[in-house]
Design a protein around this ligand. Sequence first.
Ligand code: GLC
Ligand code: CA
Length: 557
Amino acid sequence: MKKYWWQDAIIYQIYVRSFNDSNHDGIGDIPGIIEKLDYLKSLSINTLWISPHYDSPMDDNGYDIRDFFKVAEEYGTMEDFKKLIEVAHANDMKIVTDLVLNHTSDEHPWFLAAKDPSHPDHQKYHDYYIWHKGHTAEDGSRIRPTRWISWFGGSVWDFNEPTGEYYLHIFSKKMPDLNWRNQAMREELKAMVQWWIDLGIDGFRIDASNHLEKNWDFPDDSPGYQHFSSLPKHHEYLQELADELFIPNNLLILGEAGGASKEEALQYAGFDSNEFNMLIHFGHVWVDTDDSNQLTPGKWAKGEVKLTKIKEALSHWIDVFHEKGWNTLYWHNHDHPRVVSHYGNDDPKYHAASAKMLATLLYFLPGTPIIYQGEEIGMTNVDYQNLDDFKDVEVFTEYENFMNHGASHEVAMQALRDRARDNARSPMQWSSEPYAGFSDQAPWMPVVGNYPLINVANQDKDADSILSWYRMLMTLRKEEAIGFSYPSFYHLDKDDRFAYSLKAKHHTYYVVGNFTSYPIDFTPDVDITAMELYATNQPTIEGSLSPYETRVYRQKK
Ligand code: GLC
Ligand code: CA
């Protein structure tokens, strides 16, 4: 099998706005990332995935791009960005940026021309987006083209007076969808991608990649997701990008595409397909949605966490990609709640133990890890008490939605604290200084109250901390080439423990973890008499696993 550089990568995802503020304005920035490269190296990170850094009115924190060729002013300058690439490369680190191709900002010059019939380039740019006249009711009033619902709640259609048409936006109304059937538009995007490659970018994370094609018959279903998700033609667009840009430049391509089937996953990221190199799916992320909850429906409804479902999803993806492609390992990203609050337990009594257990059970699996900023110190969900502490555009449409469903303010706030994307976006907790050492000014969104205890500075000095545990795991992954292992799983059907063995480069490992807050009986699945207890997150008791206990046994091969 040919070996690719990204198979040895340990990726760290940076949400720029919340990572580190270098110039005292309460907003994370590019020089702030450069300041922390040594810290990232100490965690064995060799690849950074940076959330959108482009010029943007920041309706969706940069996923709404106004100018593809400019760095957001609050994040720094193009010089800063070039310096980041240079310093990272000098430190043997690769830079992967987010590539948002499904939509632009409504302030992008293309859309400004598209929506304005008096603009000299109106004709050309109008067709870069997706328009529909809508329908007329008997009483003469306007009716939207379809009842499709946007990912952020509310209709996907908004009316544009000057042209008398609706435009399509599957995310916020400030994010009009591009028309990928327009070849001139595709050529412009490809030239833009080439421009970033020439600047030295090593790879891209392709945002919302399975939404590029739409059903142009516009059937009137609701919510209608199937009419703008995973339509076969989007593979043609991805293949075009791969053939012309990704493959010739030896880039790492992480494609975001939720809900892919096995066949489709291999079409995206199989070794002999190569639209992407790795797939970001969400199989294991939302195992606890609860369809019976009417007040805060969809992902907002919090049911019971079933470990069997998590294990099923993780082992499914390992099997799909075994020898046919490459797996990705991550607990969450900037769109999900914090894993220690979601699948672990953020009660101070269990916080460190459960964070270490979750890390252990994920990072002994095959593939390439993507650590999300703050995960390595066990950052938790937010503790916000006011609606306006939340900043995400999605929160406000959904809050209204909850109210329309009859939820109380308290119920809505709890759903936000459990599920909102903002849980992952609070400022990085660097120290116990004011504002968690993220900035010396009030940050753009509040820091979580537990920062005096949960922060990098505290954990850096503590050999027993979550951070030290992550460092140990990542060092081991490299030394032992764990990414190339194939585990055998034990009792995938049990809801309290997760256990498996694997053959790594120098040792055979057996790892086990208790996912519950109570002690459970424990009989090892393999003969451990000749094995060394290599690591554990608490004192061991024979025949039992304490709450959130994890153990790593190993033996020379
Ligand atoms: C992806 C991003 C998310 C963003 C959306 C629209 O899902 O991860 O943060 O809001 O695309 O660009
Ligand atoms: Ca700043």
